[in-house]
Design a protein around this ligand. Structure first.
Ligand SMILES: Nc1nc2c(ncn2[C@@H]2O[C@H](COP(=O)(O)OP(=O)(O)OP(=O)(O)O)[C@@H](O)[C@H]2O)c(=O)[nH]1
Length: 353
């Protein structure tokens, strides 16, 4: 029996994973693609966006949402049972695409494909790492040398970098292909420099391609034939497990105590907003003031039957009307994601003002 290829799409919060997958679904040309989506933050925004595709290639039945935390830490409880349920269905998909949360380490997920009940049926076609070209060019994932030094002074055993730079390095390290997205926000020189830098940091032979709005031909994205689960060499994660005493344990059920302890998420609910542009400015102000990494959700706009989708990556805020509320409650709900220590009350108050 031929194995079903599975593509793992990883990349930091807001890099453009959902956008890339949405574009792929819109251009699936009759391929049946099953999606497994893992989101950090409990609003199901990505699932909603992908279900809105309305195409028979991505019926809701083919979308599985894993929302019990980060996929790399819930492999046994969540991911494996979901894969088994997917594989037990009579109509096997042509391809499986897995969107990890922006905080996930891809390595534990790829290793899960070595589990016997999966390995006989599915192979990892490729790990696609989506990079926010603008954020990386601005140095958002650069190791913060001052912070690293302070940590080292505090604890000799620590040789890790910042949570952001570590995650970024691990996601790059796991890649079979790197997609430098958001090139529309870069000039050509910046894009060239970033591609050159990432080609140097990635494993040998990894292709680095550039996109805007995730426009990548489906033939480039799928069908890489990497069999990543059988080729783990050089994909190792960095030094994440310093809190665990048993971290050399290769037990598959082992819980990786890693960087998402350094991040947190919560939901803010408020009443209708008056005007999308004004609210977007207000949101951008709150993001700057509180150093929020990612904010997304849906808003009810006074007098408008359509639901407004709001997406912010750092202080860049996008809004668009996506669908009528219909019978759904006209609620405004926003999920906020940042490094641990966010002032929930102040942020909620500022977003509700
Ligand atoms: N300017 C610009 N914006 C983009 C591009 N790709 C995605 N975006 C926007 O960036 C925001 C985040 O995109 P998503 O596709 O949701 O990112 P993601 O990686 O799935 O985000 P998480 O699931 O939260 O980790 C959205 O507002 C997108 O419209 C791009 O190439 N250029």
């Amino acid at each position: 029996m031929q194995k079903i290829p599975a593509t793992v799409v990883t990349g930091f919060l807001g890099a453009g994973k959902t956008t890339l997958i949405r574009h792929m679904l819109d251009n699936a040309n009759g391929r049946r693609i099953a999606l497994i989506i893992n989101e950090f933050g409990d609003l199901g925004v990505d699932g909603d966006i992908l279900k809105g595709c309305g195409d028979e290639t991505c019926s809701e039945d083919d979308i599985f949402e894993l929302s019990n935390g980060c996929i790399c830490c819930t492999v046994a409880e969540d991911f494996i049972p979901t894969m088994e349920a997917l594989l037990a269905r009579p109509d096997a998909p042509d391809h499986i695409v897995i969107e990890t949360s922006g905080l996930a380490l891809p390595q534990p997920l790829v290793r899960a494909f070595q589990w016997p009940q999966i390995a006989t049926r599915v192979t990892v076609d490729g790990v696609v790492t989506v990079v926010d070209g603008k954020a990386v060019s601005e140095g958002r994932f650069a190791a913060n040398l001052a912070a690293v030094d302070a940590q080292r002074r505090a604890d000799d055993n620590l040789d890790h970098e910042t949570p952001l730079s570590e995650l970024f390095a691990d996601q790059v390290n796991a890649a079979d292909m790197i997609v430098v997205n958001k090139t529309d926000l870069l000039d050509e020189g910046e894009a060239d420099a970033l591609v050159a830098r990432l080609s140097g940091e990635a494993r040998a032979g990894v292709q680095v391609v550039r996109t805007a709005m995730g426009v990548l031909p489906i033939e480039v994205m799928l069908g890489q034939g990497a069999a990543a689960e059988a080729n783990m060499d050089g994909r190792d994660e960095l030094h994440h497990h310093h809190h665990d005493d048993d971290d050399h344990d290769d037990d598959h059920d082992h819980h990786h105590d890693h960087d998402h302890d350094d991040f947190e998420t919560f939901v803010v609910e408020r009443g209708e907003i008056a005007d999308p542009a004004t609210f977007a400015e207000q949101v951008a102000g709150v993001i700057r003031q509180h150093d929020i990494l990612r904010l997304k959700g849906f808003a009810a706009v006074a007098g408008k039957p359509m639901r407004l989708t709001l997406q912010a990556v750092g202080p860049r805020v996008d809004t668009y009307y996506d669908q009528p509320f219909g019978t759904a409650p006209r609620a405004t709900r926003l999920v906020v994601i940042g490094q641990a220590g966010l002032d929930h009350a102040a942020i909620a108050a500022a977003l509700s003002a």
